[in-house]
Structures are given as C-alpha cells and as structure tokens.
Design a protein around this ligand. Structure first.
Ligand SMILES: [Zn+2]
Length: 115
C-alpha cells in the first residue's frame, strides 16, 4: 500500500470522483420530485460538480505541459513528474529532480520549498 501516489493521478482521481458525486447528487434530486425547487437545487448542484470536474480535467491538461518526462529507474517506463519530487505513475517509485534530495526519504513537503 503506497502512502503517496503520483500527483497527476491524484488529481485525476479527484476529477473522476467529482463526476460520480455530480451524478449521485443529480440522481438524489429524483427523490424530491414533489418539490420542484429542491429537485432543481439538486440538479444544479450535480451540474456544478460535473462542471467543476471538467475544470479540473482542464487544469490537469495545463499541468501536464509543466511536467518533466523521466524514465523511472525502477520500472524503466516513461513517466511524468510534477515539482521537485513526485512518484512514478506506474510503480510509485519516488523520483526527484534535485540531486541533493536523492536517497532521502520521500517527502512531499520538499515541493513546498519554492524555487
Ligand atoms: Zn516506475
């Protein structure tokens, strides 16, 4: 069980769950058929979740242009990394672009030390 996963994968999971939440909320509106206002509110909330997820997907697209392509030393596959430290998308091998951090234990807080 990996504690961390690649950032892009994490955001993607978030966007996908937003779509599901959106549909569940919209579906929930059906139970309020008797009250058109409540039903409309649920439908709108659901729509908002789905719109938000599209925005997040767009954001992933923007982020992807800033990623660095590296070959993972563990599984030899090409993966994308974001920031100074990230995980391999396939095997969750910690990766770093900073030679000073090499060999150190993986810690996402290294990303917060801005350049
Ligand atoms: Zn890997």
């Amino acid at each position: 069980m990996a504690k961390y996963s690649s950032k892009i994968n994490k955001i993607r999971t978030f966007a996908l769950s937003l779509i599901f939440i959106g549909f569940i909320v919209m579906y929930g509106g059906i139970f309020f058929k008797s009250s058109p206002i409540l039903m409309m509110t649920f439908m709108l909330l659901g729509m908002l979740c789905i719109i938000a997820s599209t925005v997040v997907y767009f954001w992933i697209g923007m982020l992807s242009t800033k990623t660095v392509q590296v070959v993972c030393p563990n599984c030899a596959r090409q993966t994308k990394m974001l920031g100074r430290v990230d995980m391999c998308m396939y095997c969750n091998e910690p990766l770093t672009l900073d030679p000073n951090l090499e060999g150190k234990e993986f810690d996402e807080k290294y990303n917060r030390k801005s350049n």
